[in-house]
Design a protein around this ligand. Structure first.
Ligand code: ATP
Length: 329
């Protein structure tokens, strides 16, 4: 949906008003008719804003929202393609699934899908991703890189790096990346990246990169993750604006993706390495039923983990079907 200045101005007046503001005042302020005000209110409601309308009182913004509403996210978003098209769902199965369908229908690169709640939120290997409504960031982006399937992991890398950088900018917290796809604060998980793609033998059709990030929620409400998860508000001691954080994530993703397209993967990898939770640590990797232990040395440009085993041999571990545990060193 495209928004005129009138829509934006009506929104601003409603947000600034303390309580109700009459349709007449809005109309006078913007030099438009009351019917035109009503039309804009309907548009805003469709977009996801909750606006109460009362016969003698006028209009009132019910929850000055920290909802992930596209118009809010786009307001001040400094990108040229990532997030220029945003689709918002109060509740959906999974943003990756919606984005995948959109990509198959031809949606363009940089299209973003956000949701407040997922009924089938997933992590890797179909594990559940838990997130109560209106608390966290759940979003997916469509990419159409002209690369080989083996290069797709770079998108997981640049997205996790973007998330960590945005967290630093907005909260000053130092988050770290646990290879291959998790974001941590201290010893607890605050987010995960889920990358899925469609490809031919030697070319990629599209890539969907999903981000689930715990922002303003208390993980202790879920027994499954109460001991292993945290959120930004928990780490910070106060709630933060999800819209502002998401905007910053999208901006960082675009910067990273531009580097990727310019072939500057080494730069992404090097920076990623400085935010690695596991670099130099002893880890246990299980992949396809085989378990190996060793020191996590670094990650190469295809996103493979370089593991130095106890015999002094180096191995490249693919990120596919792998579970990684950190061992006490
Ligand atoms: P692990 O975190 O065990 O290493 P993984 O990296 O493969 O596994 P994902 O598949 O990315 O994890 O995410 C799913 C897992 O994350 C779930 O099995 C659950 O343990 C955990 N999880 C689910 N929801 C959340 C959440 N909101 N915050 C933190 N962790 C979560």
């Amino acid at each position: 949906m495209s928004f005129t200045n009138n829509t934006k101005e009506v929104l601003r007046l409603l947000k600034d008003a303390e309580g109700y503001i009459s349709g007449e005042r809005v109309a006078r302020g913007l030099n438009i008719s009351r019917a035109a005000v009503w039309k804009q209110v309907c548009k805003l409601r469709k977009e996801g804003f909750c606006i109460d309308a009362q016969p003698r009182l006028g209009y009132r913004m019910v929850i000055p929202p920290d909802k992930l509403i596209p118009m809010e996210i786009k307001d001040g978003l400094k990108t040229s393609f990532v997030g220029q098209e945003i689709f918002y769902y109060p509740k959906t199965e999974s943003t990756n699934l919606i984005a995948k369908n959109m990509a198959m229908d031809g949606s363009k690169e940089g299209t973003v899908v956000t949701a407040e709640e997922q009924t089938k939120g997933r992590g890797r290997l179909d594990r559940n991703w838990l997130s109560p409504a209106y608390k966290n960031i759940l979003m997916s982006i469509i990419f159409r890189p002209e690369v080989q399937p083996s290069q797709v992991f770079s998108l997981t890398m640049l997205t996790s790096l973007a998330v960590v950088k945005a967290i630093k900018t907005i909260t000053t917290l130092n988050a770290l990346i646990k290879w291959p796809n998790d974001i941590y604060i201290g010893s607890k998980k605050i987010g995960g990246i889920l990358t899925e793609f469609s490809a031919e033998q030697d070319r990629v059709n599209f890539v969907i990169v999903g981000v689930g990030l715990n922002v303003n929620f208390d993980p202790s409400i879920y027994t499954e993750i109460k001991d292993t998860a945290t959120s930004l508000s928990k780490a910070l001691g106060k709630e933060i604006s999800r819209v502002e954080l998401l905007r910053s994530i999208l901006e960082e993703i675009e910067k990273g993706y531009n580097l990727f397209k310019e072939g500057r993967v080494t730069q992404i990898r090097n920076e990623w390495d400085t935010h690695s939770l596991i670099a130099g640590k002893i880890v246990r990797i299980t992949s396809f039923g085989i378990t190996e232990e060793g020191v996590a040395e670094s990650v190469d440009e295809d996103g493979c983990l370089i593991l130095l085993d106890y015999k002094g041999k180096r191995k490249r571990i693919f990120s596919g079907d792998v579970s990684l545990k950190m061992m006490a060193s």
